[in-house]
Design a protein. Structure first.
Length: 237
C-alpha cells in the first residue's frame, strides 16, 4: 500500500520535490508547454531595455494566451503589472510568488479554481479579502504580510488544509501580527499550521487545540505560549 505524502512542510515543498532537478527559465521562448512553469523574468544581468522587453513579453503571453501551465512559480521580484497579467490565466491551480511589490491582489478573483497559493514577500499587500472567495483553496501561505492582521476570512475556506502565516525568520527577524487565532476553530480539515515569526495580539494559542485534523504544527518563540506549551506536546514527539 502506498503511503500518502507527508504535509510536514506543505504542498509546495512536495511539488518542488517532484520537479527536481529544475531551474527557472527567463524568456518566453524557453517555455515548452510544461504544466509546472518555473520562471524568473526580473533581476537579470541584462541591460534595462532588454530586461523590460522580457517582462513585457511574459505579460503579453499571460494576458493573451491560455497556457498549459497549471502551477506557476515566480522566482524573482514581481511588480503589480506581472501579478495582474498572471491572473489572466483563469485555469491556474497553483501560484507561488517569491517576493515583490504587488499591493493589490484583487486579480485573484479571476482564478476560481486556485488550490495552492503562496504570497511571498508581501509587505506591500494591503487587503486579502479576495482570498475568501477562493473556495477551492487547499494551501495558503502568507509570507511577510505585515499590513494584514485579521485572518478571520480564512474560516470561509471549506477545503483549506495547509496554512502558513509567517514573518521574516532570516534577515530582519520581523514578526507579523495576527489579531486572533479564533478562526482556526472553523477549519476542522486543517492538517498543517505554520506560525513561525508571528505575534498573536490576543495572546491565546488555545484555538489550535480545537482543530481535530491538525498533525503538523510550527509555533513561534513567544513568552505568551510558555504557560500552555505542555498542551501541544503531541505535535512535537
Amino acid at each position: 500500500m502506498t503511503t500518502a505524502p507527508s504535509l510536514e512542510f506543505g504542498h509546495w515543498h512536495l511539488f518542488e520535490k517532484q520537479d527536481e532537478p529544475w531551474a527557472p527559465i527567463t524568456t518566453v521562448d524557453q517555455y515548452r508547454g510544461e504544466e509546472h512553469l518555473h520562471f524568473a523574468c526580473t533581476q537579470l544581468d541584462r541591460p534595462a531595455k532588454e530586461q523590460n522587453r522580457i517582462v513585457d513579453q511574459w505579460c503579453q503571453l499571460f494576458m493573451n494566451e491560455e497556457l498549459p501551465a497549471k502551477k506557476i512559480w515566480l522566482h524573482s521580484r514581481i511588480s503589480q503589472k506581472i501579478f495582474d497579467a498572471l491572473c489572466c490565466q483563469s485555469h491556474l491551480e497553483g501560484l507561488w510568488i517569491k517576493w515583490g511589490v504587488y499591493p493589490n491582489i484583487q486579480g485573484l478573483a479571476k482564478l476560481p479554481g486556485l488550490k495552492y497559493l503562496h504570497l511571498g514577500g508581501g509587505a506591500s499587500i494591503e487587503d486579502i479579502s479576495v482570498v475568501a472567495g477562493l473556495k477551492e483553496l487547499v494551501t495558503f501561505e502568507a509570507d511577510k504580510l505585515y499590513q494584514i492582521t485579521d485572518y478571520d476570512l480564512l474560516a470561509q475556506l471549506p477545503k483549506l488544509e495547509d496554512l502558513s502565516i509567517e514573518g521574516d525568520p532570516y534577515a530582519s527577524l520581523k514578526k507579523v501580527t495576527i489579531r486572533s487565532l479564533g478562526f482556526l476553530e472553523q477549519l476542522p480539515q486543517l492538517i498543517r499550521l505554520n506560525l513561525t515569526m508571528t505575534t498573536i495580539a490576543d495572546h491565546s494559542y488555545l484555538p489550535i487545540l480545537n482543530v481535530p485534523s491538525l498533525k503538523h504544527l510550527s509555533l513561534p518563540n513567544d513568552k505568551d505560549l510558555k504557560k500552555d506549551l505542555h498542551l501541544f506536546e503531541r505535535f512535537f514527539k
